[in-house]
Design a protein around this ligand. Structure first.
Ligand SMILES: [Zn+2]
Length: 477
């Protein structure tokens, strides 16, 4: 006897789309069958997904739960694990990746940092989760570089580094690692099988641009695209890519923002290296002209939203496979917090796009630009699961996979407005029309949302133990 059958829907399974019925027992998908094979008598409950699209639960590769290390600058960010994960769930995302910073609070110890970090999520997450281990300049010590192997064994095989620092302001932590540290950490990643995620900007260019902005009293927030510039991303991504090629490490660039960044990634991929790129919905939705609105800082996250031609190249990259992950860089902040910084030095990063990621990506990608539905599923679910070591447990509808399933109603015509969403209290996508919305979401077989009714509990989310496959480490996705 099955627990649940989802029947009649158009299902995206294993990179193909077709009419299949899905059988679920416990937490797991146990059958994907031709219509009619499973009958209502075979299960305790049947959900009719006729005329709807059935996809694997979304996998969000880039969220920040809280942001305590910058509370001295921006005040305490209110959205904790409960807030971000409930918003994610309503929007069809069932797994999220956070960042565990290796800092003073954790005695600069990488393994302890990530284990403590995810322990804090127990009983507080509506969806499944894990965390990247975020090494900062001062924590990229020989001891922590030597812990890469232990992190992999403990199920945390992705490490995030920055090649730049924050704006020159008091109380900002050093985030940047130097080139020597980057080489050393990539050597360890290549040797043991970790994925390196890089926030890639050229710090010398960025800091010079900040100095010049100050000198010429040109510090308005809307100048950020010139400060966190295209040339900075170009040079830095090329350097990171080259180090990956020389050391054999698998890596990807987080929140790729410029056409130059996309080109650098594409060139390395064409040569067969395991190099990849993520971009974020904010950069695909807005451009540097939007920054000039009176509250245009709401379109910012670091590095920065770039020009319209960059925005179009990001979409082209997502279509062609130069970029393989569409994430959000979610940080839940209030409108007041998000718009309180008025200069290029103090604009708050992040955005609260986690709930609308899948509906907006479907509408912009599939409906408006003709992206194949299978490709849309790749960029919002399958690829992040593969790249971060959660596939095929997550990111696909297949026998043996976790029963994380989203039924998308593609007949809707809905206007996004912040009061319908679950993160306070604004959205940069206010007024955008979307052509789909999740009607049912399951997490490991449990119905979390059905017909606008919510059945989730903050103890439902569990940590995902990750391991990156040798194929993903060896060649581009
Ligand atoms: Zn981020």
């Amino acid at each position: 006897m099955l627990d649940l059958i989802i029947k009649g829907g158009k299902v995206v399974a294993n990179g193909k789309i077709g009419l299949w019925d899905i059988g679920i027992k416990g937490e797991t998908i146990v059958s994907v069958e031709c219509p009619g094979t499973l009958t209502d008598d075979d299960a305790l409950k049947t959900i009719d997904a006729s005329d709807k699209l059935v996809i694997p639960g979304g996998v969000e590769a880039h969220t920040h739960v809280g942001f305590s290390h910058l509370s001295s600058v921006w005040g305490n960010v209110t959205a904790g694990p409960e807030d971000l994960s409930i918003a994610a769930l309503w929007g069809g995302t069932t797994t999220m990746m956070d960042f565990a910073k290796v800092d003073q609070d954790k005695n600069w110890n990488a393994l302890r940092a990530v284990q403590d970090h995810v322990k804090n999520f127990e009983g507080r997450m509506y969806i499944d989760y894990s965390a990247h281990v975020s090494y900062l300049g001062p924590s990229t010590t020989p001891e922590n570089i030597g812990q890469v192997k232990d992190l992999i064994s403990a199920g945390f095989p992705s490490i995030k580094v920055y090649t730049t620092n924050h704006a020159p302001m008091p109380n900002r932590p050093v985030t940047m690692i130097n080139t020597g540290q980057l080489v050393a950490i990539m050597e360890q990643a290549a040797k043991h099988g970790a994925m390196i995620a890089i926030h890639s900007e050229d710090d010398e260019i960025v800091q010079w641009n900040y100095q010049m902005a100050q000198l010429t009293e040109s510090t308005e927030w809307w100048r950020l695209p010139q400060i966190r510039s295209n040339i900075s991303e170009d040079l830095s991504v090329r350097k990171c890519v080259r180090i990956a090629e020389l050391t054999g490490a698998a890596m990807y660039i987080v929140h790729t923002s410029s056409k130059e960044g996309v080109e650098a990634i594409a060139e390395s991929r064409a040569k067969g290296y395991p190099v990849d790129g993520e971009t974020i919905l904010l950069y695909c939705s807005f451009n540097s002209e939007n920054y000039k609105e009176s509250d245009g800082m709401k379109y910012h996250t670091y590095p920065s939203t770039k020009s319209e031609s960059d925005r179009l190249r990001l979409w082209e990259g997502l279509h062609k496979g130069d970029l393989n992950i569409l994430a959000t860089d979610a940080i839940g902040t209030s409108y007041k917090q998000k718009t309180s910084g008025r200069t290029a030095f103090d604009v708050q990063g992040g955005n609260n796009g986690i709930e609308i990621r899948i509906p907006v990506a479907y509408t912009e990608g599939v409906v408006k630009q003709g992206m194949p539905v299978e490709r849309f599923v790749d960029i919002v679910a399958t690829n992040p699961a593969k790249l971060l070591g959660m596939y095929p447990q997550k990111g696909c509808i297949a026998v043996g996979s976790d029963a994380d399933i989203v039924i998308l109603d593609t007949s809707v015509n809905r206007k996004i407005t912040y009061s319908d969403l679950h993160l306070n209290d604004y959205t940069p996508w206010e007024g955008w029309e979307v052509k789909c919305w999740p009607s049912t979401v399951t997490l490991r077989g449990k119905i979390m949302i059905e017909d606008n009714q919510f059945f989730g509990d903050p103890s439902d989310g569990k940590i995902v133990k990750r391991k990156i496959s040798s194929a993903v480490l060896a060649k581009p996705l």
